[in-house]
Ligand binder design. Structure first.
Ligand code: 6R9
Length: 567
């Protein structure tokens, strides 16, 4: 039996009090995510249950019960407090996916600090922009990442402490550096958790926009209400599940559903601190008997590229529920997962700004492959006209995805940038910046980021539809479609294509693919040019950076690239 039961009924009768009640939260009470994710679970008698099964890239492994994470997060919180760090100060978590990152996140929240997770792969410049903007007071990091601070430290007057979690005494500590050992430190059985209220700031997540500086979406402890119930309804976590979210907590998916959601639900989760490799991933699922898996289209397409034979080498029968987020999930990928895992990936749509899932496919609700599904209970969504921002109310017509403000996990502002925050609201709606249409059954169909849509001769073409069609061609592993300048049509479609192993670029293949699209979609959607590439530029969360490819075509500035993978 799924947690949500019948989606339609639940949507009709839902209000957020249901989530509050299940969490035992009464309006006006204190609410601290760190406490809800550890102490509360222990109080429910699950202290000895595994909270985290961790595996490093070289195969080493560690296990922590809920009681372990409760005590260790107390230990971190107490250490930070003794340094003189105060509630409301920004404390950055800058680590690989090691246990200290996950447990440290709870520790910062227990202190009342604002947790600022950043990808450990960031270089000095990316780090600087975000630490400067947030006036971050302390950073928790590893020995190997600390040197990145060396050149920027002089320009970060607010940064008081650099806490190294894996110092082994082999090198003298530098300016502002301190050592902290999660295991060797005196363990703190009880800590005076900061009595945060619903609107107390909790997490500051930086997200890269199209241009300009990255923006810090600021969340509050009350976001738990959304994250808890959406984990339950969408990811369908049950008490005996073994859950794996392969997102890095530098990305919002890795905190909302890679820390808060599963732990507030008292579920055992696995973390694999290693990059993508199909065999390693399948082995991880097999070894830990993972039942629920939250992944992303880029990863799924990479698995598809590896082929079906690789899947067959492993016993993946433990899997029972699959979800995806971050990019449009092509119908082809959904059908492939049905073929090889016997399960369809459930697409979910949301943003750093929304803090939790907004539109989704639910267990038990029929999936239309290629669709993002329907609004989450408690979420009033629609698509609005591109100019008037009035709801369109007509099936199949493309508009901007819009959400009625007021759900618990909505960001409360962009840090230091209230003007941009305000500009996201039009006509009483929060505008996501994505285009979609809604069909006669209420399912949402993604078209593209508002700035990625192509205008060819006055016709608007969404990249997603073309990319999905390209993926159906046997030679195509991955693609990105952008508009390139054209004297007659303003823009024409250009496709960047990465081929599957065993296929070589050629004029013949080029024409064949063009024709394939022309027949499948329309002459309008047919790429006028195909450029074969070895790989596509992606963000660290796996999103294809179409705007970068587009800017090159137009000879424009490429804007902020700090989240670019391999940068
Ligand atoms: C959670 C997350 C948000 C943007 C969003 C949209 C794209 C996310 C999607 C999707 C199509 C989906 N996006 N999920 N596009 N289908 N299921 O990804 O947050 O990193 O802030 O990105 O990602 O363009 O507006 P974030």
């Amino acid at each position: 039996m799924s947690n949500i039961g019948e989606y339609g009924k639940v949507y009709q009768n839902f209000n957020w009090d249901i989530s509050e009640r299940e969490l035992g939260y009464n309006k006006g009470d204190t609410i601290n995510i760190g406490e809800y994710c550890s102490d509360r679970i222990c109080k429910m008698g699950k202290g000895d249950k595994l909270a985290l099964i961790w595996e490093g890239f070289s195969g080493e492994s560690k296990k922590y019960t809920y009681n372990d994470i409760r005590i260790r997060s107390n230990t971190i919180a107490s250490f930070l407090k003794n340094l003189g760090l105060k509630p409301g100060e920004r404390i950055c978590l800058f680590m690989d996916r090691i246990p200290e990152l996950y447990i440290g996140f709870l520790g910062v929240l227990k202190l009342g600090g604002i947790a600022q997770p950043l990808f450990s792969a960031f270089g000095a410049e990316s780090l600087f922009t975000r630490l400067e903007d947030a006036q971050t007071a302390a950073i928790i990091t590893q020995k190997k990442h600390a040197p990145k601070l060396k050149t920027i430290l002089g320009q970060l007057p607010y940064l008081k402490h650099i806490i190294i979690v894996d110092d082994d005494g082999s090198k003298a500590l530098r300016e502002k550096e301190l050592a902290f050992h999660l295991e060797k430190e005196k363990q703190i059985e009880s800590f005076d958790i900061f009595p945060s209220k619903a609107e107390t700031p909790s997490v500051l997540h930086y997200t890269s926009g199209t241009t300009g500086k990255p923006k810090g979406a600021q969340h509050v402890h009350y976001s738990l209400i959304s994250q808890f119930i959406s984990t339950r309804y969408v990811l369908d976590l049950h008490d005996d599940d073994i859950y794996w979210c392969n997102a890095d907590p530098g990305w919002v998916t890795g905190t909302s559903y890679g820390i808060i959601g599963p732990w507030a639900n008292g579920v055992t989760q696995c973390v694999l601190d290693s990059g993508f490799k199909a065999e390693t991933w399948y082995k991880f699922i097999e070894k830990h008997k993972i039942t629920v898996w939250y992944s992303a289209p880029t990863a799924i397409r990479s698995l598809m590229k590896e082929g079906d034979e690789t899947v067959k080498k492993f016993n993946l029968s433990s899997l029972r529920h699959l979800c995806s987020v971050g990019e449009p999930l092509n119908a082809e990928a959904v059908l492939w997962s049905k073929k090889v895992f016997g399960l369809m990936f459930h697409d979910t749509f949301w943003q750093t700004e929304t803090g939790s899932i907004m539109i989704s496919n639910y267990p038990g609700m029929p999936i239309k492959p290629g669709s993002m599904g329907k609004p989450f209970p408690g979420i009033t969504a629609t698509v609005v006209d591109l100019k008037t921002y009035e709801p369109i109310n007509k099936a199949g017509v493309v508009g901007l995805i819009a959400i009625k403000p007021g759900w618990p996990s909505m960001m409360r502002t962009y840090w230091n940038n209230e003007t941009t925050y305000q500009s996201k609201f039009k006509n009483g709606w929060y505008i996501c910046g994505d285009r979609a249409s809604i069909d006669e059954d209420g399912y949402y169909w993604f078209v593209g980021r508002d700035d990625d849509v192509i205008n060819t001769g006055g016709h608007l073409v969404g990249p997603f539809e073309i990319e999905s069609a390209l993926l159906e061609h046997e030679a195509v592993a991955e693609s990105a479609v952008v508009g390139k300048p054209d004297p007659i049509n303003m823009e024409v479609v250009k496709a960047f294509v990465a081929l599957k192993a065993g296929f070589e670029p050629s004029k013949m293949l080029d024409l064949e693919i063009m024709n394939f699209i022309r027949k499948k979609l329309s002459p309008l959607a047919m790429p006028q040019e195909i450029e074969f590439v070895a790989s596509l530029p992606k963000t660290r969360s796996g999103k294809i950076m179409r705007r970068l490819l587009r800017a090159k075509e137009w000879g424009e500035e490429i804007g902020d690239t700090s989240t670019l993978e391999n940068e």
